[in-house]
Design a protein around this ligand. Structure first.
Ligand SMILES: Nc1ncnc2c1ncn2[C@@H]1O[C@H](COP(=O)(O)OP(=O)(O)OP(=O)(O)O)[C@@H](O)[C@H]1O
Length: 292
């Protein structure tokens, strides 16, 4: 049984969007429920995976949890406090505890800013001066995510996709958050790069006690990182439970259909991947520096 304390609780989360018609129908509006009465818990130091096909409401849920958009209804409790309508100082405090890593690093990292400016932006935004100084912290973070700390004056386009996503992770870590929302954070990357980034996220979780809300349409990816899984379909959570329950004993027909579409992982491939990652670790060649 999972008895880790709950860090974030979402209850009855609902989001309606209003869209305006085109041409002769410009005056008419349509209300559309993208997320419908969704509830889940993210536990301290653990990962909740949210899976579902495109359009199921995953990103809208993530954006509500990150407080980038307001829910139409429902509550979000973080660390025992209701943050649903947090504003001003309460919202600023929330933003130091919850950070987001987005899908496409090249559109979420400002191309005109150096890596140093990008990674330290959350500190500047919050007016936080780290004990060791900003530059030293940025260097430490770059090193920790597998990038060369001497590259802090480079620009995002000088990095590969996997490396750029590492910059996004370093930025998320700058304010020492408790929860990182990964919204399709590895979906745009090649499978081998994905595996390394997931490995990094898992190591960071073990070191820092981080919690993740990990959004992905790819169940094979979620299986590698999630402790608990919520399956979304047409705006609703149709099934949730711990990883084994969802993957080994799915109850819902939609979950079964999703699982049936996942290619089976070849155990020899898994073993080869584990050996490759172990060799990189022992020979000290930070994965990020070898990514194409
Ligand atoms: N700002 C918006 N205005 C109107 N409709 C929206 C808006 N944002 C999302 N939607 C709609 O809400 C539904 C859920 O979208 P959402 O992006 O949350 O799904 P998703 O599961 O994350 O899928 P994807 O991975 O394709 O983004 C979709 O039908 C989408 O078109």
């Amino acid at each position: 049984m999972n008895d880790a304390p709950v860090l974030l609780q979402a209850t009855g989360l609902t989001k309606d969007f209003t869209t305006r018609g085109d041409g002769a129908f410009r005056a008419s509006t349509t209300r559309f429920r993208a997320v419908d009465d969704v509830g889940f818990a993210v536990r301290a130091g653990q990962t909740l995976g949210i899976v579902g096909e495109s359009g199921s409401g995953k990103s809208t849920t993530a954006r509500m949890i990150a407080k980038l958009i307001e829910p139409t209804a429902g509550t979000i409790t973080f660390d025992g406090e209701d943050v649903t309508t947090a504003r001003g100082p309460a919202l600023a405090a929330f933003r130091t505890k919850v950070q987001v890593v987005f899908q496409d690093p090249f559109s979420s990292l400002n191309p005109r800013h150096t890596v140093e400016r990008i990674v330290s932006a959350p500190l500047d935004y919050q007016g936080i001066t780290p004990k060791q100084g900003k530059r030293a912290l940025v260097r430490d973070l770059l090193d920790r995510v597998g990038l060369n700390p001497d590259h802090l004056q480079r620009y995002p386009r000088q990095f590969s996709g996997g490396q750029a996503q590492r910059i996004g992770i370093a930025r998320a870590l700058a304010v020492s958050p408790k929860l990182v929302i990964c919204d399709e954070a590895v979906s745009a990357l090649d499978v081998s790069v994905q595996a390394r980034i997931i490995d990094l996220l898992r190591d960071l979780q073990a070191e820092r006690g981080l919690s993740y809300l990990f959004i992905a349409h790819d169940l094979a990816v979620v299986r590698q990182i999630a402790h608990d899984v919520a399956v979304m379909h047409r705006g609703k959570v149709v099934e949730q439970g711990d990883r084994e329950a969802i993957f080994d004993h799915p109850q819902d027909e939609y979950t079964k259909t999703l699982l049936a579409a996942v290619p089976t992982i070849d155990p020899s491939w898994e073993a080869a991947r584990a050996t490759m990652l172990e060799q990189e670790r022992t020979h000290g060649s930070a994965a990020g520096r070898t990514e194409a």
